[in-house]
Unconditional design. Structure first.
Length: 381
């Protein structure tokens, strides 16, 4: 039987692990494991787009505003029309990841599956970089989003938070929106499953992982304050910072182990990442804005109980009392420290580790994503 062909729309190579925190490459990998042929359909920025970007930059700089060229109809029109029509015609199904702009003026009769971790409405004024736009940029951002959602035959949302916005903010029929959580962006062979973790002695070093590329949004200062206070509470604690550089005013803190950014495309750096996550006990990620958070899947895979804020799409990935805790956004570093102290002293880490293992095996893994994708979408082509 001839394999079905899926066109994977992307502005860069979908197998590149640096793209979208490696999530796009995992999705590409999982779809490729189905009984289908996956064809990359590239989209390209042209010269006019670069000129338009310069103009927007100058205007917004003068007006002290921000901008997003991909949320303008000028650029969305150019990107969607840059797609090779012969490639579109050669496939049976089109798949687009978080790229509403790719679908804006796309002309095709082929069914489209659109995956999103957030809508424009959710992102605007939630992330600092997606705020303070000129009014036209906001209006066009919503128009592009609505157009993509209407064009899609089926929509995959990475969280209930995202699904609710698709349905309530854009009036999309709930019957075509499905929630499938993301998985861990590491190789399955490197994940230690069903390992009985020894109880942590009360006087041994507590190794906490802070895993993030963006220092401010992910709550780097709060994480450092938390670990500092844990040490003051006589709970020996070390903070491993991976993904970003530590600000210079924290360079001499004895409880900090700064690793920096690790490129998972490079074998030695990927192995270093695996080594670090294996030796840690807890993931501390007090992020103020989060659509999903691959770090939560990776922490669950390696049985690291998670301490984070209750915001965005996080509830699908961190369940209170199961694989960690979500604290209110008003909580401080001291509040996080007190919560961790309570968990350690009440010997709750082992049960939370079991919860991590359970959630990872049952939903926070890419095989689970693929099986639902295959059953829900591919079997109906």
């Amino acid at each position: 039987m001839k394999k079905k062909k899926i066109g994977f729309i992307s502005d860069n190579m979908p197998w590149d692990k640096r793209t979208w925190s490696g999530t796009k490459s995992k999705i590409y990998e999982q779809i490729s494991k189905c009984n289908v042929e996956v064809i990359w359909i590239p989209v390209k920025f042209n010269f006019h787009t670069h000129i338009y970007k310069i103009c927007l930059f100058l205007i917004t700089r003068l007006l002290k505003k921000r901008y997003s060229i991909i949320h303008t109809t000028f650029v969305a029109k150019q990107l969607s029309r840059s797609i090779d029509k012969s490639l579109l015609e050669s496939v049976d199904l089109i798949f687009a990841v978080s790229g509403s702009q790719y679908l804006y003026k796309l002309e095709t009769t082929k069914p489209i599956i659109y995956l999103a971790d957030a809508t424009f409405t959710l992102l605007y004024n939630y992330y600092d970089r997606v705020s303070n736009f000129l009014p036209f940029n906001v209006k066009q951002g919503n128009l592009i989003e609505l157009t993509a959602l209407n064009k899609a035959s089926k929509i995959i949302a990475s969280s209930d938070w995202c699904k609710a916005s698709i349905e309530n903010d854009y009036g999309i029929n709930p019957n075509k929106v499905y929630v499938i959580e993301f998985g861990a962006n590491v190789d399955e062979k490197d994940i230690k499953n069903n390992i009985v973790t020894p109880k942590k002695e009360s006087n041994s070093m507590l190794n906490i992982l802070f895993l993030a590329v963006e220092w401010k949004r992910k709550g780097g200062e709060i994480a450092i304050d938390c670990v500092k206070r844990l040490n003051e509470m006589r709970i020996p604690t070390k903070l491993y910072i991976v993904g970003t550089d530590v600000p210079i005013h924290h360079k001499n803190e004895s409880f900090i182990e700064s690793i920096g950014f690790l490129n998972k495309n490079k074998e030695n750096e990927y192995c270093q990442f695996i080594k670090i996550i294996k030796q840690c006990d807890i993931l501390l990620l007090p992020t103020k804005a989060e659509c999903a958070g691959i770090a939560f899947c990776e922490a669950s895979a390696y049985q690291l109980p998670i301490f984070t804020y209750d915001t965005g799409g996080i509830p699908n990935y961190v369940e209170n009392g199961i694989n960690g805790y979500r604290l209110p956004l008003s909580c401080t570093g001291e509040d996080f420290a007190q919560k961790i102290k309570t968990v350690v002293e009440q010997n709750k880490l082992p049960s939370l580790k079991d919860g991590c293992n359970h959630l990872y095996n049952n939903k926070l893994n890419w095989e689970h994503w693929r099986l639902i994708f295959e059953k829900t979408f591919l079997n109906k082509i």
